[in-house]
Every structure is written in C-alpha cells, then in structure tokens.
Design a protein. Sequence first.
Length: 434
Amino acid sequence: MGYREPGRVAYVNARLLDPASGLDTRGALLTEGERIVSLASTPFPDGLAADIQVIDCQGACLAPGLIDMRVQLREPGHEHMESMRTAGLAAVAGGVTSMVCLPNTDPPLDDEATLEFVARRARLNGLAKVYCYGACTLGLQGEALAELGIMAEAGAVAFTDGVKAIASAKVMRRVLAYAATFDLLVMQHPEEPSLAGGVMNAGELATRMGLSGIPREAEIILLERDMRLVAMTGGRYHAAHISTSESVEIIRRAKEQGLRVTCDTAPFYFALNEQEVREYRTFAKLSPPLRHETDRQAIVAGLRDGVIDAIASDHSPQDQDTKRQTFHAAAFGAVGLETLLAVSLGLYHTEGLPLLDVLARVTSAPAALLGLEAGRLRAGAKADLVVFDPDRPWQVVASAFLSKSKNTPFDGRPVQGRVLRTVIDGRTVFTPDD
C-alpha cells in the first residue's frame, strides 16, 4: 500500500478505550515504531517534538485493534474463494488487526510445515496478523491424533478440527487429555454429526418451507457430552459459535463447577434469527443454522452477563458457484470480517451492553483465551489500533466488500459504527480513502 515506516505518531483528541483495564477517557496516545509509548488524559502539556506525526481523531474512539478468533482463510487450496491478501484487506477495513485461521485448508494445518507456510505467507502481506489453529486429528478425520505439542512449538495457538466436530467420545477424550499435558486449548464445533444432516434450524418454519432441519439438540447433546469429558480429563475446552439458549446454560453450569470451559458466538446468532432464510436465502445458510428468536435473545443475555466470553466473525468465504444454488445444495457459511465491529456494536446501540463490554469480546477476551500479545492499550504494548466512530451510520453493501467472496446475510442492513483508521505495528494500513 506504500505506507511509510512508522516513526513517532501522536493520536490526539481521542476517546481512549481499553476494555482490559476499564479505561474510557478523553486523551491522547503516543506510539514509536511498533509500540505504544504512553497514554495521557491531558494531551502533551509540554508540546510535541517537530518529528512527531500528529493524527487528530476528532473525538472518535481509539481502541485496541480487533482480534477475530475464527476465520477461514481458504489459502492454501481454495484461493478462488479467499486469499490471505484479500482476507487481510477485508480484516483491516473492519478494524481487525489479528485473525486466527481454522485448519481446514488444503492441505489441512495438521503439521509443522503447513503452519510455517501460512505464517510465512501472512508476513509477506503486511496486513492483519495471522495466527493459526492446529488440527486436533490428522487430516481433520476425527481419528488419529495430530502432534499437538510439536505444532504448539511451531506457533499454533489452540487446536480444533475446524468446521467438523470430533464425534468420537474416545477420540475427544484423548485429545483433551493429551492437550492438558501441555495446557493447550481445544476448540470444538459443537454439533453431533448424526443429527446434523439438515440445512436449516429444525422446526415449524423448516417444515413449512419443505427443508430438512438440524435440531437444536445436535448442539446441546455434544456440548453436554464434552462437559463430561472435560471433567474427566481436566482439559481446557472452548465451544465455538454457540447458538441455543440451552448451550448458554450448559456453559454457565460448567463454569460454576470450576471446569476450564469458555465459549464464543458470532454476530449472526445475536443479530439474526431463522426468519432470514425465508425466500430460501442461501446467504443465510449457516453452520450452526440461525435459530429461533428465543435463542437469539438468550445469546444476547449470555453476552450481557459474561457467560459468553468472546465474539468471532466466523468468516467463511464461499464463491458464487457454491452459494447461488438450491437451498439444499448451497454451501454453509458467510463472510464477516468487514461487519464484525459494526454488527457487534448493535449490542451497545440496541441491546444495552456497555461499549467496553462489547469491545472486550473482540479484543482483550480473545487475546487472553489464546495467549496473544494483543488487545490492550498500555505503554509497551504493540501499536495495533483501531479508530472508529461508534455512531456513524452506514449500510452494508456486499458488492463493496474487499473480501473476494461476498456471501453475507447482512447485505443491505443499516448499521452503526464506522472504522476510520486501522494501525498495525504503528503503521496505518487502512483509512476509508484507501
């Protein structure tokens, strides 16, 4: 993009937001090179040196860059849907400075060599930072365990079979026990495969539309099983994109019992419900499927009271050929990097969540879960930042996305919250004029 190397930069007239510390104050922030040097509520009373670049935030919010902990990059193997570069461009346009990619590439990320390939390719792009999950099982087949310890040494931040559940209780027990010896986090796609043969949420609407349903119990049963396995092994467990009211209660009880259990959800599950699939809208065909309105409300409540730890975009690019099909034949998934912040801010605007709480779910919380040096505004931290106006309205237009794929159920949706600048390691990598 031709940006110059960072020197010293002062961000003035900003609303400084740091969810990790509870900071919410007017002030200024100074960076030097790749790091934050200082924060001040009184902006530089002694003035600024001539060599410092000054960026006037004009009252906008300045927060840690977003960390998206569930992204499908599609590279290597399916670059026609998304590449690391187009995902990186989409990420920074959405204020995301770090993203964590699932291992369901081709070949899958189940060994040290493929992890190092992704890390090397990501560095070349110089956009959003890319971290990787390692596969729990070889080839994502749910059978033989992958070398979790070796992949952790190679940089894998946690382990998952991605969009596939580990269906075998025996294998899941072995994964959790093996991971526990290294204190590694295991992430599960909680959906019992034998119940998940449908295409939308099971119920009255599916029956009326003549579509096969995926019952809520597919998620609930696997979560209940896994809580028993966590208790047996003492492992660290994370449930991805939970979508039902019972799932919230299962996680709540597990936490009350002292199990090392966490979870996330995606904007689809607190902003939308199953009514979005009316007219057979394949862009709203998701995994897990959009649920009842009562489930959506329960997900919001789980975010409000802290049972749900984080929000991830669940970015799943699909090209036109796989989405513009009959509903049964169309692929699951939607893109989400460019709408993560704005749709999440709907929790602040319409659902009564404090702004810092919403931001925590996409910054400090995922950083803490995955052990990343990110998600904080403090002296010495990496200068990964987002400047945004939380109130600025705009309309989602899928055709304008920087992502190579445009499959979003939010197309045409009015939202509030616009990214004005994204900074990575002190370098501005996005402004709306780019």
